[in-house]
Design a protein around this ligand. Structure first.
Ligand code: DC
Length: 231
């Protein structure tokens, strides 16, 4: 660990709120390590699908999450599961669905939260997910809650998928987003919610650049005028 104080920038919010893009850009600007915790739930979901483990078998899913060796490398980030590059494989609709289901299992969450805390032990991080400001790092120096209207989030997802060459139905995407929101917000363990001390940023009418600059300003204000944060 370096002499300076480690900083945790926690970014939470629903699917399509812009978390991944914003977290990546912030990590680059700040020189912090990027930790995409959704990618970790996705990796466990992928492994469960491949291993044919029923997505309601809590015991085996917890075992899987404990045994999973998950690495996040670089600013993309590249995701490795047990040494295999699964960066592309975890982004399919099937894996999104599986990730959302495995993330309701308390034992899976405990296992992954432990890994997330360990990942942030040695460097400053931008960590994005659903429960970073509420559960993983309740004492994070900066907590941001990103949100946007469901239709706008579905529109962003629509564009993303089109760019990858698939042609999803828009209505179907809105339905999926609402269903995932419902599941993420109503699960018993660590539901998606805004921490009382998190700053809400509604990205509905904002450009990526505007969101990036406004959060960067918050980070600077919160961390000794940015002297620590901006190396
Ligand atoms: O952000 P994402 O879409 O890649 O996340 C995949 C799933 O994992 C999503 O349904 C919510 C869940 N998740 C979670 O429960 N807690 C986190 N910290 C991150 C993601």
């Amino acid at each position: 660990m370096s002499g300076g104080k480690r900083i945790v920038v926690a970014i939470d919010g629903p699917a399509g709120s812009g978390k991944s893009t914003i977290a990546r850009r912030l990590a680059e600007r700040l020189g912090f390590r990027l930790i995409d915790t959704g990618a970790m739930y996705r990796a466990v979901g992928l492994w469960a699908l491949r291993a044919g483990i029923p997505l309601d078998d809590m015991h085996r899913l917890e075992q899987l999450a404990r045994e999973a060796h998950i690495e996040l490398r670089g600013s993309l980030p590249q995701v490795f599961l047990n040494g295999e590059d699964v960066t592309g494989a975890i982004r399919t609709p099937e894996v999104s669905e599986a990730a959302s289901k495995v993330s309701t299992v308390p034992g899976v969450r405990r296992a992954l939260v432990e890994k997330q805390r360990a990942m942030a032990a040695s460097s400053s991080v931008v960590m994005e997910g659903r429960d970073i400001g509420t559960v993983v790092f309740p004492d994070a120096q900066v907590k941001i809650y990103l949100d946007a209207d469901p239709e706008v989030r579905a529109q962003r997802r629509f564009k993303e998928l089109q760019e990858k060459g698939s042609s999803p139905g828009f209505e179907e995407l809105v339905r999926e987003i609402r269903e995932r929101d419902r599941r993420d917000q109503t699960r018993a363990d660590s539901p998606l919610r805004q921490a009382p001390d998190a700053i809400l940023v509604d990205t509905t009418g904002m450009s990526i650049k505007e969101v990036e600059e406004s959060i960067l300003k918050i980070v600077r204000d919160r961390t000794s005028n940015g002297k620590e944060a901006l190396r």
